[in-house]
Design a protein around this ligand. Structure first.
Ligand code: SAM
Ligand code: MG
Length: 214
């Protein structure tokens, strides 16, 4: 067929999810990706860990690195308190086009700002151009070799405060060894591993939750 995988994921949402019902959007994507075609969404199993961290932190400001089709974006935004804001960064314009439609289908446009561009260029602009003071929660799920440099960049730009929580996906598969070593050994972080599986598979993967201590 001529369509791309993100277009087929959007098709599954339009066919099977109810407009304005974020959970039905999440369910439609999981169902499609579990049964038809694997895709790099955080997925249902690690999604539960993500949900519990979002609920626990109850953040007013969230940064997501790596939007893809907007699956985790919808998942996070649906749990945010009123007036909270989620900024999500995606450098692939074809994915951003799909994610905007998935977000709109979920009815969450008001809570989410999708910014197209590379994390390394956009993080330094968060304060001045996007009016952010600090992030309460950051979900790292973009290319794995960017976790560490972007974390150091967020620190340098003053975007983390004492108590800010970093949640990193795929720390085992594909793996982010330098990042894990950094957050686990740095006295500025208190870090905890949540064992799970790579989305839609039985392969071990997990998420690392790291609290910035300032
Ligand atoms: N968080 C999404 C979810 O769970 O539904 C999945 C994100 S996918 C694993 C990673 C995405 O990050 C890809 O869409 C890729 O284009 C994007 N990406 C990778 N490196 C990036 C960077 N440095 N800046 C912005 N986007 C990036
Ligand atoms: Mg991931």
């Amino acid at each position: 067929t001529q369509s791309t995988r993100p277009q087929r994921i959007l098709g599954a949402v339009q066919k099977n999810a109810t407009r304005g019902d974020p959970r039905s959007v999440v369910r439609a994507i999981d169902q499609y990706c579990r049964n038809q075609e694997w895709a790099m969404n955080v997925g249902d199993e690690k999604g539960c860990i993500l949900d519990s961290v979002v609920s626990e932190v109850n953040p007013a400001t969230v940064l997501e690195l790596g939007t893809y089709c907007g699956y985790s974006t919808v998942r996070i935004a649906s749990l945010l308190p009123p007036h909270a804001k989620l900024i999500t960064l995606e450098f692939n314009p074809e994915f951003a086009v799909i994610a905007r439609q998935v977000i709109a289908w979920a009815g969450l446009e008001d809570k989410i700002q999708l910014v197209e561009g590379a994390s390394g260029d956009l993080i330094p602009k968060m304060k001045e151009q996007f009016g952010v003071e600090t992030f309460d929660l950051v979900f790292l799920d973009h290319w794995k070799d960017r976790y560490l440099p972007d974390t150091k960049l967020m620190e340098e730009c003053g975007l983390l405060r004492k108590g800010s929580v970093l949640l990193a996906d795929n720390v085992i598969c594909p793996g982010t060894p330098e990042y894990l070593e950094f957050v686990r050994s740095s006295p500025r972080y208190e870090s905890q591993y949540f064992k799970s599986h790579l989305e839609y598979t039985k392969v071990e993967d997990g998420m690392e939750k790291s609290v910035f201590l300032g």
